[in-house]
Structure formats: structure tokens, C-alpha cells
Design a binder for this molecule. Sequence first.
Ligand SMILES: Cc1cc2nc3c(=O)[nH]c(=O)nc-3n(C[C@H](O)[C@H](O)[C@H](O)COP(=O)(O)O)c2cc1C
Length: 277
Amino acid sequence: MKRALKMMLAVSMAFALLFGAANIAPAWAASKTVKTTKITLSQTKTIKLKVGEKVTLKATVKPKNSTQKVKWSTSDKKVATVSAKGVVKAIGKGTATITAKSGSKKASVKVKVSAGKAPGGKTLVAYFSCTGTTRGVAKKLAKVTGADLYEIVPAEPYTDEDLDYGDDSTRATWEQNHPETRPKLGGKALRLKGYTTLYLGYPIWWGMAPRIMCTFVERYSFTGITVIPFCTSGSSGIGDSGDELARLAGTGTWLKGARHSGSISEKELRAWVEGLR
Ligand SMILES: Cc1cc2nc3c(=O)[nH]c(=O)nc-3n(C[C@H](O)[C@H](O)[C@H](O)COP(=O)(O)O)c2cc1C
């Protein structure tokens, strides 16, 4: 009995030395917390939804390596719910505040829900294309969805030299390197009245939407419209380009969107469109 007591004492002293006196923390306690210093949402202006509609919000935290997870909440579940991934669903008439919290930092946006689903409004495919790839996809998409087609035309057309991305000083690359640039729109002004769905197409330039797309989304109001971005590219994905356009637009219900190959078939496009519902 005495021996057993001595043994227990020795073991507990060893533990005390290892984790207490010697101040060595077990491995699981050693991971370091990186605190969030800022959190922003992909939409800042009041989001208008009809019962049953959904919108995906994106929360961006700084620093990027913050270890504090983003937690979503709603002020009124009877008006709008929000999933762990930021998907907001309109439940009933009223106004709710959706909040994303990371550590002690918060960002919120209001959601105003009105009754009833939008009556089958019209669909529009609006696109910008310099070398025809996005135009080709846009035309097939318009055919598949029975949509109208609108081309986003620059006031000053892009020449082959402007598009030469092998040279940093050429126009397109210069514009992408200057985020504040807003190339002027040409062509006929767009009338969005009556449209409830907008497919918005563009090529990827240096991983982003061309700056003229910023001019476009800042010019028009997308309230009451579901906007679905799509792009074509050499190989890059859509990345954050749609989220960035949604942020600049500040209105509309923006879906994630997708990158399509220039050779996508009508059948493949139909499957994509059906998957969005
Ligand atoms: C200035 C410039 C930058 C580009 N940057 C990218 C890129 O970052 N990633 C990519 O995969 N393709 C890139 N491309 C290729 C275009 O995205 C691709 O050719 C696109 O399908 C062209 O569309 P369009 O014919 O409708 O203009 C770039 C093209 C240009 C002109």
C-alpha cells in the first residue's frame, strides 16, 4: 500500500514538473490565435428580396490568416435566415439585419423582404467581349434561356495592341493595374425595366473582370434583379471577380457565377442554368 502511494506521488510530481513548474504547455494549447482586425461584407446597401429568394453574402476578414472563424446571425428568423456559409434566405415580409462576426469584429447588412415571388420577369444576357469568346457563350446562353442580348460596348474600342498582355504598358493591362480606372461606356444605354434575371458575361483580365465592367455595374441599379456573373478565360477561374462586381454594384441579388469554356455546348449551358435554381 505504501509503495502504491509513493508511486502515485511520483507520477503526479512528474506531471506538475512537466506542465506546471517547468511551464511546458501540451501541444494542443500551443496553437496561436491570430485576431481579426477588420471584417467587411460583399454587400453593404439594403438587400431587397422576395419571399423564397436567396442571396449569398461573402465576409472578408483582415488579416487573411486570422484564426477567428466567421459566425453568421440574423436579427429575425421569421424574416430571413442565414446559413453557416452566408446564404441568406427570405422567409417572410419585414426587415432583418444579417451580421457576420469574427472575434470582436462585426459587419452587418439589412435585408428587406417583400411578399410573393417575382412574377416571371424577363431575362437578359449582357456581355463584354473583345475577341468574340464571351460573345459566343453569351449568344448560346441567350438561346438556351430565351433571353434578350445586350453588348457592353466601350466608347473607345480596344485594338489588338491594347489587348497585348505581353507588354505592361498596353491599355488593358494598364487599366487592370489601376483599380480606380473606369473606361467610358459607348453604345446604347440599357433599360433594365422588366428584367428579373441578368446573366453578366466578361473575359478574365489578369484574374479580374475588365475595368469597364466596374463602370457598367456602377452605372445601373440591379434592385429586384438576380445577377449571375459568367466569364471566359485562357484557363483562370471566375475567382472573386463576381463578388467584386457585386460589391461595386451594391444592389441586386448576386449569385456565385461560373467560368465557361468558349466551346461550351448549349446542352452544358442548359444544365448549368438548371443547377442555379
Ligand atoms: C489583358 C488580358 C489579360 C488576360 N488575363 C487572363 C488571365 O489572367 N487568365 C486567363 O486565363 N486568361 C486571361 N486572358 C485571356 C482572356 O480571358 C480570354 O482570351 C477570353 O476568353 C477572351 O474573351 P473575349 O474573346 O470575349 O474578349 C487575358 C486576356 C487579356 C486581353
